[in-house]
Design a protein around this ligand. Structure first.
Ligand code: NI
Length: 168
């Protein structure tokens, strides 16, 4: 299993770089990410969360019933005007779950691990939410950035504990 990075680690705040080599080592890396996501019981995982600042995401919004989505260089090409609140958590910010307001539906264009382009059209519900949350990770954005300043202030103590633990 790959080692998770937690809130306070600077890699989580960096914009990740695009992948341009679709080789065997990328495939191995992606399998490691899927294994880590499953072991940690996550709905999605972005490469910066394991310390690799590259645009790679894996998502399983099916609870293990379907093959996970592998998204290399993902790009949100459509967001609905309609928005909704949905509870989010993050493997890198353990113990914090919050309702976040985001577009209800999105379409995402990405490459698979062989470099072929594909589109996930009009994703909704948990999948739409995971796609947006993980795409944010590639730009150094965390779900807690989307809540109100008041809510953020209430999280201060918890967040400080997570970042202190991560320095030990
Ligand atoms: Ni996350």
């Amino acid at each position: 299993m790959l080692e998770l990075r937690y809130y306070g680690d600077p890699v989580l705040r960096k914009a990740a770089v695009s992948v341009d080599k679709f080789d065997e080592s990328l495939k191995e890396f992606v399998s490691g990410m899927i294994e880590t996501m499953r072991t940690e019981d996550g709905v999605g995982l972005a490469a910066p969360q394991i310390g690799v600042s590259q645009r790679v995401v894996v998502i399983d919004a099916s609870g293990g019933d379907q093959e996970p989505y592998i998204l290399i260089n993902p790009e949100i090409v459509y967001s609905s005007e309609e928005r909704e609140d949905y509870e989010e958590g993050c493997l890198s910010i353990p113990g914090i779950n919050l309702k976040v307001n985001r577009p209800s539906k999105v379409s995402v264009k990405a490459q698979n691990e062989s470099g072929e382009y594909y589109i996930i059209e009009n994703a909704e519900g948990l999948l739409a939410r995971a796609l947006q949350h993980e795409a944010d990770h590639l730009n150094g954005i965390l779900f807690i950035d989307h809540v109100s300043p008041v809510q953020r202030a209430l999280l201060k103590g918890k967040l400080r504990k997570i970042s202190e633990r991560q320095r030990d």
